[in-house]
Design a protein around this ligand. Structure first.
Ligand SMILES: Cc1cc2nc3c(=O)[nH]c(=O)nc-3n(C[C@H](O)[C@H](O)[C@H](O)COP(=O)(O)OP(=O)(O)OC[C@H]3O[C@@H](n4cnc5c(N)ncnc54)[C@H](O)[C@@H]3O)c2cc1C
Length: 322
C-alpha cells in the first residue's frame, strides 16, 4: 500500500522514489503530464549542461556518445530508470488539492474527468519550477506573440525575433533562431553574460554578436511589448525594436502555493521555504525535493542535488517509522 506520495515525475521525484524504495517504502509518483514532463518540453535541440555522470540516477549509468547528453537521450534514460526500478508512476494525473489530516495528508487528484483521493502519512513535493515563468510585469507581456517556452526554431524563420535574457536558455534560443535565418535581437539587463553560461556556447554567441549576426542590447530594460515591437530603455534612452515574435527567457520560479496554503513558513526574501536538513518543511510530513526547493534563485539546484534530497528524505522517514 502506498505510504508516500511524490508529486512530480521529474528527475528529482524519480530519485526520491528510488531512495524511498531502498528504505522499504512504497512510494507512488503522481505526474500531471508524461514522465519527466519538463525535460520533454525542453527545446528539441537542447543538450544538458551537466555531464552524463551528474545525471546518473539509481545506480544506472547515463551512457552517451555525445559530449553532453541530449534531450532525446535523457528521455530514454529516465524511461529506463523507471522501468529498472519498477517505480509506481501515475502519469496524466494532476494533484489539485492537499489537506492535512490527523495522520498526514489527503491528496486529491484529477485524471481527465475522474477525481481520486489518497490518504498518506507523507508527501514529497517535487514539482520543479518549469510551470511558472518569471514574469517582468510589463504591458503586453500576456500577448499571444510572447513566449516563455521554446520548442523549435522553424516557425520563426525570416521573422524579426526579440529574445529577452542572457542566461543559457536565452542564448540557446537566439542561436537556434539565427541558424534558421531569423533576424534576432537579444536584450539583457546586465552588461555581460551570466557566469553560468555554458563554456562551449559563450564563444559562439559572442562571435555571432561581434559579426552582427545577432544584435545585442546590453544594460537594457524592457518597458513594453507592442504588437509589432519591443520598447526598451538603454542609458535612459527609449528604443523600439521591431518584433514579430518575442521570447521572454527570464527564468522560472517554483510554485510554493501548496506549502503556503497548508501553513508552511517561507522566507519571503529568498522565496525559499524553511526546511530541515532532511528537506522537511515546517509542516510535519511535507518534504520538498529538487528545484522546487530553490526559491527565487533556481540556478543553484540541479539534478544531482535532487538525488541527495531523496536520500535525506528517505532516511528521515525511516527514522520516524522505527
Ligand atoms: C533548458 C534547460 C536546460 C537545463 N539543463 C540542466 C542540466 O544540464 N542539468 C541540470 O541538473 N539541470 C538542468 N536544468 C534544470 C533542470 O530542469 C532541473 O535540474 C530538473 O528538471 C529538476 O528536476 P525536478 O524533478 O526538480 O523538476 P522537473 O523536472 O521540473 O519535474 C517536476 C515535475 O512535476 C510535475 N508537476 C508539477 N505540478 C504538478 C501537479 N500539481 N501534479 C502532478 N505533477 C506535477 C511536472 O509536470 C514535472 O514533470 C535545465 C533547465 C532548463 C529549462
Amino acid at each position: 500500500m502506498t505510504d508516500v506520495i511524490i508529486v512530480g515525475a521529474g528527475p528529482c521525484g524519480i530519485s526520491a522514489a528510488i531512495e524511498l524504495k531502498k528504505e522499504g517504502f512504497e512510494p507512488l509518483i503522481i505526474e500531471k503530464g508524461c514522465l519527466v514532463n519538463s525535460i520533454y518540453h525542453y527545446p528539441l535541440s537542447m543538450t544538458f549542461f551537466s555531464s552524463a555522470d551528474k545525471l546518473e540516477i539509481g545506480g544506472i549509468p547515463f551512457i552517451t556518445i555525445n559530449e553532453k547528453p541530449t534531450r532525446q537521450e535523457a528521455l530514454a534514460y529516465f524511461r529506463t530508470v523507471c522501468r529498472v526500478h519498477e517505480l509506481n508512476v501515475h502519469t496524466y494525473e494532476k494533484v489539485v488539492q492537499m489537506d492535512r489530516t490527523d495522520s498526514g495528508f489527503r491528496v486529491v487528484t484529477a485524471k481527465r474527468d475522474e477525481k481520486r483521493v489518497y490518504e498518506v502519512p507523507a508527501v514529497v513535493l517535487a514539482t520543479g519550477y518549469y510551470d511558472n515563468p518569471h514574469l517582468m510585469n510589463i504591458p503586453g507581456e500576456e500577448s499571444d506573440h510572447v513566449h516563455h517556452y521554446f520548442h523549435d526554431a522553424h516557425p520563426y524563420a525570416d521573422q524579426n525575433v526579440v529574445v529577452i535574457g542572457g542566461r543559457n536558455s536565452a542564448i540557446d534560443v537566439a542561436l537556434d533562431l539565427h541558424h534558421v535565418g531569423a533576424n534576432v535581437t537579444m536584450v539583457y539587463r546586465r552588461e555581460q553574460f551570466s557566469p553560468s553560461v555554458k563554456a562551449w556556447v559563450k564563444p559562439v554567441i559572442e562571435a555571432a554578436i561581434e559579426k552582427g549576426r545577432v544584435k545585442m542590447y546590453w544594460g537594457s530594460e524592457v518597458k513594453e511589448i507592442k504588437p509589432n515591437s519591443v520598447v526598451i530603455e538603454q542609458n535612459e534612452k527609449q528604443i523600439e525594436i521591431p518584433a514579430d515574435t518575442v521570447f521572454a527567457m527570464t527564468g522560472y520560479r517554483p510554485n510554493l502555493e501548496p506549502v503556503r496554503r497548508l501553513g508552511g513558513k517561507i522566507d519571503e526574501d529568498t522565496g525559499v521555504p524553511y526546511l530541515t536538513e532532511a528537506m522537511e518543511t515546517t509542516i510535519p510530513g511535507l518534504y520538498l525535493a529538487g528545484v522546487v526547493a530553490t526559491g527565487h534563485d533556481s540556478t543553484k539546484i540541479f539534478i544531482e542535488n535532487g538525488r541527495h534530497h531523496g536520500r535525506m528524505i528517505a532516511r528521515d522517514l525511516r527514522r520516524k517509522r522505527s
